[in-house]
Design a protein around this ligand. Structure first.
Ligand code: GAL
Length: 420
């Protein structure tokens, strides 16, 4: 009899302990914020790490789980995120670009409307109107921007240009092609490129430089055909630029692409301004002394922008913590902490300009100059929805192999119609 009672008592004790430990596990899982991005490695992660530390300090007992997946421009992260969202296993917040990249998530109900947070934080008064429009779908706002990056930039070493006898960076793509002849004769690679997304980034800047801002916008608004005379002429220039690049041997991501410029085997690279953090903090090069940067050929006065933003996913485990994270992303303190380390400028219009020095001071001045023309980036989510963007990626992959301008233009034009 007593043995039976002992067995029951032991069973009760075991299940009580199991219950207790489940609770502990449950709480441990709950007291954490999982933030998903593609910011890993040098030149990418410094700003996020600073924000993570600030988040933990402001929320004692809550662990910041950095769920970043490496690969520039989200080249790997976006695919893995898609499968997590499909499986209803979202992180507590994930990175998206402002613009059409957000559309699918909104339409498929993967992200929550954060308009009320905007009202509570009075954010509508501190973010630029155009950016707010890029974050708004059907009258509701779906993400919080932490920064502004510029895509249309060409990076180089001032010493290299001097050694080659070049007076300055190319002002147009035909100027670049003329310089490329001289550079090749000197045994150097005129322009370095990296993986597929960097080739798309380069194409975007060639289109911008050759077409000008108005026609660039018309093209992505579907009001100028890819098969038109001017766009095919611009694509032919892109083809010529690729011919004087290392596209056939390019390996690694954007950092190795820039390394070739730093080491001096290549002269130029087109890349966004996350490069400034990499060159200054990882490579220890000074702006204008160790490295220099200019608007990509033909795009002076234009700011081809993108904005890293964070979302509140539907089904996030701790939406209260997600909201706290979003508040940090949108706050002046958060943006002041993040941007000088990320190599970007604040999305907020009221942020303190004095903490931006060197290249970033120049970027901020250009962004705030009312004469600057702002357009949105293709490679970084602003002007193309995900389906159209993916079709451009496939067509571009084929174009890199066959270099058939007419076929590329026809394919992209047809895919535009299918994906709207
Ligand atoms: C962009 C992103 C930047 C930077 C870059 C390189 O898409 O907006 O913040 O991380 O990719 O990975």
């Amino acid at each position: 009899m007593w043995q039976g009672r002992l067995v029951i008592a032991s069973l009760l004790l075991v299940s009580l302990l199991a219950g207790l430990s489940m609770c502990t596990i449950g709480n441990a899982r709950q007291d954490q914020l999982e933030v998903y991005s593609w910011w890993t490695g040098p030149g990418e992660e410094e700003g996020l790490n600073a924000m993570a530390e600030a988040f933990e300090n402001a929320n004692p007992g809550v662990r910041f789980v950095n769920a970043a997946v490496s690969g520039g421009a989200g080249s790997n992260a976006k695919a893995i995120l898609a499968s997590r969202l499909l499986a209803n296993d979202p992180p507590d917040s994930y990175q998206r670009h402002a613009g059409l990249e957000l559309l699918d998530d909104v339409r498929s109900g993967k992200v929550t409307d954060v308009t009320a947070l905007y009202d509570e934080q009075k954010w509508r008064a501190v973010f630029p109107q155009g950016l707010l429009e890029d974050l708004t779908i059907d009258g509701k706002i779906y993400a919080v921007p932490v920064n502004i990056h510029r895509a249309n930039l060409i990076w180089y070493s001032p010493k290299m240009l001097k050694d080659l006898g070049l007076a300055g960076p190319p002002k147009s793509w035909s100027d670049f092609l003329a310089q490329a002849e001289l550079i090749k004769r000197a045994g150097k690679m005129p322009i370095a490129v990296g993986p597929g997304w960097t080739q798309k980034h380069l194409m975007e800047t060639v289109l911008l430089g050759e077409l000008g801002a108005d026609k660039y916008e018309l093209l992505f608004a579907g009001r100028l055909n890819w098969t038109s005379v001017e766009v095919t002429a611009a694509l032919a220039v892109f083809d010529k630029v690729l011919k004087v690049s290392d596209v056939d041997s390019a390996s690694g991501d954007w950092q190795p692409q820039l390394d070739r410029v730093v080491q001096g085997s290549a002269v130029y690279a087109v890349m966004g301004d996350w490069t400034s953090n990499y060159l200054e903090n990882t490579k220890k090069l000074g702006w204008r002394t160790g490295y220099q940067v200019a608007a990509s050929p033909g795009s002076d006065g234009v700011y081809d922008f993108l904005s890293d933003s964070f979302t509140l996913p539907t089904g996030a485990r701790r939406p209260d913590l997600s909201r706290k994270w979003l508040v940090e992303c949108g706050s002046a303190e958060g943006q002041n902490l993040f941007n000088p380390l990320k190599g970007s400028i604040p999305a907020r219009t009221d942020a303190d300009a004095n903490i931006y020095t060197g290249y970033l001071a120049w970027a901020l001045q250009q962004w705030r100059d009312p004469k600057t023309r702002i357009v949105g980036s293709l490679a970084h989510g602003v002007v193309a929805n995900n389906a159209y963007s993916a079709e451009i990626d496939s067509a571009l992959g084929l174009f890199i192999q066959n270099r058939d301008v007419a076929r590329f233009a026809q394919t992209v034009q047809a895919k535009y119609r299918e994906t709207q």
